[in-house]
Design a protein around this ligand. Sequence first.
Ligand code: AMP
Ligand code: ZN
Length: 178
Amino acid sequence: MAWANGLIKTIIDRSNHFISCDVAVVIADKYPKARHHYLVLPTEDIPSIYSLNRTHLPLLEELHLLALNITEVRGLQWDNFKVVFHAKPSMQRVHLHVISKDFISDCLKTKKHWNSFNTDLFVPYETIYNQLSNDGCIQRWPKEVVDDLLATPLKCNQCSFEANNMPTLKQHLLEHSE
Ligand code: AMP
Ligand code: ZN
């Protein structure tokens, strides 16, 4: 099975489901980019946000409900989480990221990682929901826009600090969590 099908492979095994409902499941992100990082996926084979249409709005609401549920079940504070889709996903099957804002993780290694999680490439659930509701589809982003965002200077997500490199940024993030 191709690497991009890894999420589909993971959800086939029910023991990987933290919680589920009739139409969706929650799994752990295998390479968490923060202290808490979950993925919510539909059981229906929807490749990405770019395959969604208005008929999927109730499904999106179910994904969001599971996102809320997993933080409740784990006793975590909802306000400390981002609930977002990637504008440039790497893995097949639409998935909603539920990720804590600390971004403290050994798996967070590269500038590309940081910028894909901390620029406009990381699109809030509400933005996708509203776009789908208004336009009936999600428009793909031009490659130049994606490349520019991935090349954005490293900025802290909690203050105005700018880092020259990832080790400096990671050290700085630790200071926020002390
Ligand atoms: P995206 O860039 O939005 O497609 O995010 C894909 C996410 O899936 C990343 O955060 C990866 O760490 C995560 N991931 C990759 N492979 C697996 C897997 N087999 N099981 C669970 N999560 C995975
Ligand atoms: Zn900071």
